[in-house]
Every structure is written in structure tokens, then in C-alpha cells.
Design a protein around this ligand. Sequence first.
Ligand code: FAD
Length: 426
Amino acid sequence: MPMNTGFSARRGAAGSGGTRDSLRRPPTVVIGAGPYGLATAAWLSAAGTPRRVFGEPMESWHTNMPMGMYLKSVPAASSISAPESGYRLEDFRAARGLGRVGDRYPIPVEEMIDYGRWFQERRVPELERQGVQGVEHVDGLFGVTLDSGEEFLAENVVMATGQVPFAHEPADLSGRLPGELVSHTSRHRDLSRFSGQRVAVLGAGQSALESAALLHEAGALPTVIVRAPSVAFGSPPDTDRPSDRPRPVRLLKPGSPLGPGWSLLACCHGGGAIRRLPQGLRTRLVHDVLGPSGGWWLRPRMDDIPVLCGRRVRSAEDEDGVVRLDVVDAYGRTRLLRAEHLLLATGYRVDVDRLRILAPRLRREIWTVHGAPRLSSGFESTVPGLYFTGLAAAPTFGPVLRFVAGTGFAARRVARSVAAGTRTRR
Ligand SMILES: Cc1cc2nc3c(=O)[nH]c(=O)nc-3n(C[C@H](O)[C@H](O)[C@H](O)COP(=O)(O)OP(=O)(O)OC[C@H]3O[C@@H](n4cnc5c(N)ncnc54)[C@H](O)[C@@H]3O)c2cc1C
């Protein structure tokens, strides 16, 4: 995990200059080259904003998601936003000589990674493939330190660092077991390492169910433990294109990037309005809309996998190198489960304090609500010039920010806000 390393102290010691007055136009820095970072960079570029963009393209898709995974989102909702036409997933497929696909085509994660890299080469060729070590406040600007040791000042910083820093591991489980016996799903690319082992998978969402399917197919023996009384799966789309559905069906449940239905349509297009909702309502919306469920194509792959519904893990112990789980049902009845590994598919919780590349003092300056940054309509935090996009912005703008489908809404606003903020502060 990169750590902040004290830009201002070293800068003072080295006597280097570089305040707002002595530098002409410090760049806007985008940290992260996943869908949100790439889209932001593309929109900043179109606005003529000087920028530096850092990260490995689609790194978390390559490193923190399992090989063999399929996207739950449909092709029409999986394009990275660019101001110009010609960079959608369908354009990538056409460029590769692949046919047109519709809602019934589950996208392999490998295809999404290739698409993201293709997008980066064309729209964000300036990407610098290295990490950012630290960011801190220096004379109203941001001191940025790179993995290479280079230090420079930035006028704005856009945190597009994705969900991985927010991986949620219930402390009462992960804290009681040694690292080799328990892990979060985001730590795994290759689940075949569990072949022949019993794996208890905790969670009811796509990640839990798909991990269980992949484990089973790799020769492991997964058991899924779910708190809810049952697991839910999506329904296969009737047609490849929402517009092919009969008009009454479309009126009742209009198509949207997140799926059919008026509420999902509102979430996709109403991010600005969601931001103005009372806090409690907004939190419920982000949690409840598109709650845990598996993709429709996953159901048959789960047939031979035991799923313990309506159960929670009361305690987890290391029993001579094996995980011993006390699993309890709604009536308090306990069942003992032993496994070689406990896989936590327990999701992600936004918490600014976990973004260790931000200097502790800078983190303290950011106003938060339940750990998430308070953001302006242009995605700017309470620290002028410091922006958050992607999952970190979902508690403000709603569930679409959890998905690639939100890149257009976010990147357009960030680029506009950066341009306006830069003018005002100048
Ligand atoms: C298992 C799983 C399945 C998913 N399926 C779907 C789906 O079907 N459809 C969908 O729309 N969404 C899906 N998502 C959500 C999807 O991952 C996010 O919508 C998307 O990745 C958000 O893009 P991002 O750019 O914000 O984050 P990321 O894609 O995570 O990109 C952030 C990048 O920042 C980089 N980074 C972090 N710190 C630094 C640093 N200090 N310096 C430089 N770079 C840094 C990381 O390496 C990473 O590459 C899924 C997520 C998971 C975990």
C-alpha cells in the first residue's frame, strides 16, 4: 500500500521552489487508470486542461477480480465515456472484427480489460504507468510524490483509485484468523489455488456467487453462507435490445443501463437530484437499489453448490490450520463448519481514512459523512481542488457511480468543475 512520505518536509530541506507563483500552470492530476480515471482524463483532455494521469490501465480488473469472471452489466452499459464518438465497447468489438452483441451477451472480464486498454491507448496516450505514493497540501496546491520519487505540484487532484482500498473485512472474522486462512475476494485473481480445498464463502452478491461457481469449477469445495433467507438471481433478458420489447412492457419497465425499471432509470439520470436528497434516504437508496444478487447466467452454475441461507457466522477460529466456523440460524441453532479457507465476499465500504496516499493532515481536512467525502455537484470535496470519483462518490450521487455506466455523468461534471474552479481560484 503506497504511503504518504512527507513532500513538504523534503521540499523544504531540498530548498526547491515551485509555489503557485513560481510555476505557470500546475497540472490536474488523475490518480487511477480504471474506467473512471480514463473517462475523467478523456474529458479533461477535451476541455484543454493540462493534466498528468497515473496508474496501470485496468489494473484492478486484472489483479483484483477472478479470471474467468463475467460482467453482470450488459454491453450497452459497459462503455467508458469519452467526449467523442468511436470509443464504446461496440466500437472496440468492431475494431477487433467481433460481431455485435446485445443484452444476452455476458462480457468476459478479459474482454473488458482489453477494451479498457484499447480505450487508454487511443484516448489517454499520455498515461504514465506508475503509482502515486503521496498527496499533501502545499501552499494551496497539492504536493504529489510518485513511486519513482519524482515530486511536483498539482493544481487539482482527482482521486479515481477505485474500490479496492475500501474492501470490507468484518473485523470479528478477519481479525481472529491468520492471513492464510481468510481473505477478501479482491485479493484473488486465480481461484484455482484452492483446488481440492473446502472454502466457506461469505456473502450473497454477485462476487460471492460467482466466486463459488469459479471455485467449484476449479475443483474446490465451496459452501456459501448467506444472511438473507434466500439468494436472488436476475432474469434473462427477453430480447437483446430493450427497444425490441413490446411497447406496454417498455412503458411499464423502461430500459436503463442498470436494468429495466423506472427507479433504475431515475438512478441513472438523476445523480444530481439524488445528491440533494436527505442523507438517510440517499444512504438507503445506495444500499437498496440493485441489492445483492447473481447474474441470470450464474444460476445453473450454482446447482451443485451448497448455499446456507438465513445464517450468520457467529465466530471463526483457527483450529490447527483449519477454519472452524460457528454458523447460526435465525432460531439460534448452531452448526459447525470446517474449511481450509474463509473467503469474504463482503463488499466495499467507502472510508476516506483508508486512502493512505493522502497525507493524514489532508485527510482530516476532508469533511465526510459516514466515511464518505462530502462532494459538491462537481465532485469536489471540501478541500478545494481535491475531487473524488467512482465508488467514493456513490454515497453522494447514487448507485450508478458503482458501475462503469456512471463514467459519463461523473467525468463530464469533474471536467467542467475543474475548468471552472481553476478559473475562479486563479
Ligand atoms: C467482482 C466485481 C465485479 C464487477 N462487475 C461489474 C460489472 O459487471 N459492471 C460494472 O459496471 N461494474 C462492475 N464492477 C464495479 C467496477 O469494478 C467499477 O464500476 C469500476 O471498476 C470503477 O472504476 P474505477 O476507475 O473507479 O475503479 P478501478 O477500476 O478499480 O480503477 C482504479 C484504479 O486506480 C489504481 N490506483 C489505486 N491507487 C493508485 C495509486 N496510488 N497510484 C496509481 N494508481 C492507483 C488502481 O490500480 C486501479 O486500477 C465490479 C466490481 C467487482 C469487484
